[in-house]
Design a protein around this ligand. Structure first.
Ligand SMILES: *Cc1c(COP(=O)(O)O)cnc(C)c1O
Length: 356
């Protein structure tokens, strides 16, 4: 006997990366957080917070933040909807576009939250296998069955691979449903799909302040698309889904593009150094367009390509990385690009494990 809907009873739920309580104990390279602090402008605003204003509900549509996004990205404020992290915007999107018995498709592997959202919705979903090199699956495969919603994480997690905007545009042209491009990592990439969202009526681009803006703890994300799509999503969201604090601090962060870009440059340089250093140590590393890398572990005393063993050996040496117990990922670990000192700590632990 259960009180839950069948689909809820049957599902396991999303498993986030570990957030250890004793943060000081680990070099934490497992959840793609930014190793640098948020913009000093965020701190300035935080220091001047008007506590009395917190008696009042926030602006239901977070217009100050919509305007800040509009200015930063060169779109209209009516083309923006904000959320309590882009995960919340994903929830709104699934609720709004996928009917009962409807279909969602997305590439495999990708962000594992997508299938969890489908399970909650109680809809059908299909994870379409990526080719060997983890490039975008063929459009036909994603379109098969006429999905109401196609989710593409670009650049993709956990692979770091970037899909050409032309491919996304072609996919959207052929799709009868909505195509959502989750651009959580796009600031670390060489391109983006903003123009596709500006020109195609069925495309939404999803962004977050959690990665490139160093604000994972704030919880702020947004979607950009046609006014029609955004107006529909507004009907679905919770009334006051972005707090006063989140809106004020998001405005400050979005207003300091130069600071964000500076950190992104540092991380891109370190990504290159880490990639080469791991290749030298026998790892096979995909070229990444994100702030993490996916590395196939080398054959060594630890066993032939066992990612889980590497994960636990590194953890016991104080370095947290992410291991996915999933098809095509079991011989890999995902490593967030940290500061040079953090990456050195990782490399030292790798050398110890290899020597052990
Ligand atoms: C981090 C991440 C998000 C969203 O993060 P929020 O913190 O909820 O804004 C969305 N999609 C992918 C693929 C991510 O990695």
């Amino acid at each position: 006997m259960t009180y839950f809907r069948k689909n809820i009873e049957a599902m396991a739920g999303y498993v986030p990366g570990e957030q250890p309580k004793d943060l000081g104990r680990y070099v934490k390279l497992n959840t793609n957080e930014n190793p640098y602090p948020p913009s000093p402008k965020v701190l300035d605003v935080l220091k001047k917070v008007d506590a009395d204003a917190l008696r009042r509900y926030p602006d239901p549509s977070a217009d100050a933040a919509r305007q800040a996004v509009a200015k930063a990205l060169g779109v209209g404020a009516e083309q923006v909807i904000c959320g309590n992290g882009s995960d919340e915007v994903l929830t709104m999107i699934v609720r709004a576009f996928v009917p009962e018995g409807g279909l969602m498709t997305f590439p495999y592997p990708t962000y594992s939250l997508y299938e969890v959202l489908a399970q909650i919705q109680g809809c059908r979903y299909r994870a379409v296998d990526s080719p060997e090199d983890f490039s975008l699956p063929p459009a036909e495969a994603l379109l098969e069955g006429k999905p109401q919603l196609i989710l593409v994480n670009n650049p993709n997690a956990p692979t770091g691979v970037f899909f050409a905007p032309e491919l996304i545009s072609e996919l959207a042209e052929r799709a009868e449903g909505v195509v959502v491009v989750d651009e959580a990592y796009v600031d670390f990439a060489d391109g983006d799909c903003l123009d596709v969202a500006k020109t195609r009526p069925n495309v939404l681009v999803l962004r977050t302040l959690s990665k490139s803006y160093s604000l994972a703890g704030l919880r702020f994300g947004f979607a950009v698309g046609s006014e029609v799509l955004i107006a529909g999503l507004m009907k679905v969201k919770d009334s006051y889904n972005c707090s006063r604090l989140a809106v004020e601090l998001a405005v400050a962060a979005l207003g300091d593009q130069a600071y964000m870009r500076g950190n992104v440059e540092k991380i891109r340089r370190e990504r290159q150094r880490l990639t080469e250093a791991l290749r030298k140590r026998g790892f096979s590393v995909l070229d990444s367009q994100t702030n993490f890398i996916l590395a196939t572990v080398p054959a060594c005393a630890l066993g032939n390509g066992d990612g889980r063993k590497w994960y636990s050996q590194l953890k016991s040496r104080g370095v947290l990385v992410r291991y996915f117990d999933r098809r095509r990922l079991k011989d890999k670990i995902r490593i967030t690009v940290g500061t040079p000192a953090e990456c050195d700590a990782l490399l030292k632990a790798v050398d110890e494990v290899k020597g052990a």
